[in-house]
Write a protein that binds this ligand. Structure first.
Ligand SMILES: C[S@@+](CC[C@H](N)C(=O)[O-])C[C@H]1O[C@@H](n2cnc3c(N)ncnc32)[C@H](O)[C@@H]1O
Length: 219
């Protein structure tokens, strides 16, 4: 893994809010955010790869470059990513536009790894990014996000709106500054009305009550 401090620092100087850190993530954080990913995870979408601190770790875990899509908005990092990961799909785009482009046929993605500085973004933008990413994540897949903050950087109302839950994977206290990684997954869907509890078609139902057997709600 090359020493990218200078190029990263210069990118931060020109756009501090977008880059969100003065140095690339260290080995401990890269290890943590990719910990649950293996070669069999399948297609992986990486958001905000920067100089590739997490990308290198994914390759070490056996992920094939052909399974990687890297979405980066900083023109300063584009050439470098294309040279370093020639087998990966490298896209120069705003991650908030994920849903506007058809990046995949269907939803095959096993994991999203995000280095995006979500705390510097509006709630609206966070909804677009996380919602767009989940439109490509297959059932059982996960979105991994790191933060320098003390809690999950995706606010609770956004999780509720998107039907997601967040769980702390762990903290990388050796990273400078210390960071934490959260795993976002879909909430399990529970059937509200089943079998003999379901009203038959002739039963009057109070306004606002669910009548369909197929109605589901997030837990
Ligand atoms: C904190 S750096 C993380 C870089 C790298 N993942 C690491 O951990 O060293 C954030 C990265 O997200 C990129 N970024 C910021 N906003 C973005 C957006 N809307 N879409 C795509 N990339 C974005 C920045 O250019 C930068 O490369």
């Amino acid at each position: 893994m090359p020493n990218d401090f200078l190029s990263f620092f210069l990118a931060w100087m020109s756009s501090p809010r977008r880059v969100g850190a003065i140095a690339p993530s260290g080995a401990a954080l890269a290890d943590l955010i990719t910990r649950e990913i293996t070669a069999s995870t399948g297609p992986i979408l990486e958001l905000g790869p920067g100089t590739g601190a997490f990308t290198y770790k994914l390759l070490k875990r056996g992920v094939r470059q052909e399974d990687l899509t890297l979405v980066e908005f900083g023109s300063d990092f584009m050439k470098l990513l294309q040279v370093r990961f020639p087998g990966a799909r490298v896209l120069w785009m705003d991650a908030a536009r994920l849903a506007a482009h058809r990046l995949y046929d269907g939803a095959p993605v096993g994991a999203v790894v995000s280095g995006l500085p979500l705390l510097n973004m509006s709630t609206r933008k966070v909804v677009s990014i996380v919602g767009g990413a989940f439109s490509y994540i297959r059932p059982g897949g996960a979105f991994y996000q790191f933060t320098y903050g003390m809690s999950c950087p995706v606010p609770r109302p956004v999780l509720d709106r998107l039907g997601l839950r967040a769980k702390l994977v762990d903290r990388a206290v050796m990273n400078v500054p210390p960071a934490a990684v959260y795993r976002l997954t879909r909430r399990p869907q529970m059937k509200l009305i089943t079998g003999s509890l379901a009203p038959d078609a002739s039963t009057p139902v109070a306004p606002g009550r669910q009548t369909s057997r197929d109605c589901t709600t997030a837990a």
